[in-house]
Design a binder for this molecule. Structure first.
Ligand code: HEM
Length: 268
């Protein structure tokens, strides 16, 4: 038998085997929705709402202010499921919608944050964002600093956020630690400062995976699942085609195969 024929048989046999492989357990649920919260730092939100700051707090593009006792105590950002990619260990990117803006001191402070993401790598978490920060501490000149996809705070992730169960899971990450860009934004908090009253929260809601889930649907583990095969591309048809390929490689004539399977045209 020629080397080419052996290769054809091996390839066809491997294709047939892979088509019959069981579906991985982690593919049984898919991310349906979620939200993350970030309070920046509890004392900062209190400061901003003190009368002498004359502050304004704005949440937009899906972000919301969490108000308790008439005061803003947190921000909530919806999880963008399409942009979220987590692997089977819960590592990856949780994409968040929404933007927030904090203004105060009659134009001397303006902090805008958008395109927030939570990056998870093992026990390390990063809150990343785009920012535009304009202002001046008392006695300083007004400057503007910007950042694109910059780490603002880091936090510890004690337990994996991955799951293979449908339902809602919530996590709280505290304290947070200030990064270089976090210091540029808040100025009074320095790189490496541990903010005991800084908290990132995360809620992820998973549902049972439906058979007709679209191509590339996010699973909790992030594994992309192929689109279901339909019509002439059904798995039965594919198995038949693979078996036919094996028979053909063994030298069995196309006419015989076509005769055995009514209506089947040899794809060779
Ligand atoms: C971009 C400009 C500014 C930024 C980023 C900024 C940021 C901050 C931060 C992070 C704190 C600490 C809040 C806390 O955790 O308790 C703070 C406190 C303070 N800031 Fe600003 N600030 C700015 C401009 C100003 C200006 C222009 C003034 C005065 C006109 C001012 C007056 C104060 C005072 C008095 C405190 C102390 C508040 C307290 O301890 O109760 N800040 N600022």
């Amino acid at each position: 038998m020629s080397r080419t024929s052996s290769l054809a048989i091996a390839t066809a046999a491997a294709t047939a085997a892979s088509l019959l492989a069981p579906i991985a357990h982690a593919d049984t649920v898919q991310l349906e929705s979620g939200a993350a919260t970030w309070n920046m730092k509890a004392s900062f939100l209190k400061y901003i709402q003190a009368p002498f700051v004359a502050g304004t707090i704005t949440a937009s593009e899906g972000a919301e202010k969490v108000v308790e006792g008439g005061k803003v105590t947190n921000f909530s950002f919806p999880v963008n499921t399409a942009g979220t990619k987590l692997d089977n260990n819960g590592n990856g990117t949780i994409d968040l919608d929404g933007a927030v803006r904090v203004e105060g001191h009659h134009g001397a402070m303006d902090i805008q944050l958008s395109d927030l993401k939570l990056l998870i790598n093992g026990t390390e978490g990063i809150l990343q964002a785009d920012y535009v920060r304009t202002g001046a501490m008392p006695g300083n000149e007004t400057t503007t600093s910007t950042g694109d996809d910059k780490p603002i705070m880091t936090f510890t992730v004690p337990n994996s956020v991955a799951t293979d169960k449908a339902g809602e899971q919530s996590f709280t990450f505290t304290p947070t630690t200030v990064t270089e860009d976090g210091e540029i934004i808040f100025e009074s908090y320095k790189k490496g400062d541990v903010l005991d009253d800084g908290t990132v929260g995360l809620t992820l809601k998973y549902s049972e995976k439906k058979d007709d889930a679209p191509s590339g649907t996010q699973t909790p583990g992030g594994a992309k699942t192929p689109a279901p095969q339909t019509g002439s591309g059904s798995s039965t048809g594919a198995v038949v085609a693979a078996v036919v390929a094996v028979l053909a490689a063994l030298g069995i004539g196309g006419a015989l195969i076509s005769g055995l399977i009514p209506g089947f045209k040899l794809p060779l």
